[in-house]
Ligand binder design. Structure first.
Ligand code: PMV
Length: 311
């Protein structure tokens, strides 16, 4: 077979957390949605031995020889073990539109795309819950103690209501949500902010538990507002969630600046999304003021903005 014959290809979406990040690590609910417009892609080609070529990182991983904590090698090994297959003589080319370490689920999306491409290559199928569990193992390398929200929303590709150690619940969206995602341009590994929250929680458990409870209440109200399509109420809940995230200590001057700029420009609400400390924020907009909010976000220092409609 010529070297470039495509055996299989697959992809997976990015994601954003709308409500409940960090509190979800402590058993509270969270709401996340897939980002269908930014994706990770994996393509399988014949090769002499099993390799993953991460095109964006300019890195090639020899799956048989890589260390145990290599995320590319881990998903390939887990998937093959699950299927009872030896490592195939394939090269997986991987690329992604999803910015790394910015709260958009790039790690889960890349692992899911690789797993799906392998499944397609083997002509095999897997239950989403099983696939999500394998991707969770890779998330552990990135995050340490992940709640499991990223692997679930990325694998199911549907808006989810998520509680740790439970199957995700799906729910309907009353009217489309017009969101802007804006990147501070400051990478912030989730592992760092999760560890900082853990330290704060250990030092003052009752305070942190009450902040997490308040976030949980917001999540319940937000699910109702999403179902009934009540955008102004949803925006207010986002801003309230942001205040609580600041109190937990995971916002940053750059995130605060972007949230403020979006609100001043007419956003219905704004908050950080994901691990915080940097990375991305989201703003809920009305279609008619989206352009002016994009401008305001750029003026306030956004490195990149992304317009998404969740329906
Ligand atoms: O940084 P992200 O988008 O991968 O999300 C992290 C969400 C946290 O709640 C902070 C951590 C977790 O594992 O749920």
């Amino acid at each position: 077979m010529p070297e470039q014959t495509l055996i299989a290809a697959a992809h997976a979406p990015g994601k954003i957390i709308l409500f409940g990040e960090h509190a979800v690590v402590y058993g509270r609910p969270a709401i996340a949605v897939p980002l269908s417009d930014v994706r990770a892609y994996a393509s399988v080609f014949p090769a002499k031995k099993c390799r993953v070529r991460a095109l964006d990182l300019n890195r090639t991983v020899d799956v048989g020889a890589a260390a145990d904590d290599d995320p590319f090698a881990l998903i390939v090994r887990l998937l093959c073990a699950e299927l009872g297959q030896p490592l195939p003589a394939w090269r997986l080319d991987v690329r992604s539109d999803i910015p790394i370490a910015s709260g958009l689920g790039s790690g889960a999306a890349i692992a899911t795309a690789i797993a799906r491409a392998l499944l397609a290559g083997f002509g095999a199928e897997m239950e989403p819950s099983r696939l999500s569990a394998l991707v969770y193992e890779v998330e552990k390398l990135h995050h340490g103690t992940p709640s499991g929200i990223d692997n679930n929303v990325v694998v199911y590709e549907r808006p989810i209501w998520f509680v740790r150690d439970q199957q995700p619940e799906f729910f309907s969206i009353g009217s489309p949500l017009h969101l802007l995602v804006a990147d501070t341009g400051i990478p912030s590994p989730t592992r760092h902010t999760v560890a900082a929250v853990r330290q704060g929680w250990q030092a003052n458990k009752s305070h942190y538990e009450s902040l997490f409870d308040a976030i949980a209440e917001i999540c319940h109200a937000a699910r109702d507002a999403i179902r009934s399509g009540h955008a102004p109420a949803l925006g207010q809940l986002m801003t309230q969630n942001q205040t609580l995230l600041s109190q937990i200590g995971v916002s940053s001057p750059e995130l605060d600046r972007l949230c403020r700029a979006a609100s001043v420009a007419g956003a219905l609400g704004a908050k950080l999304s994901g691990g915080g400390g940097g990375g991305n924020m989201i703003a809920l907009t009305k279609p008619e003021n989206t352009d002016s909010i994009i401008k305001a976000l750029k003026n306030a220092g956004a490195a990149r903005t992304l317009q998404v409609t969740v329906s």
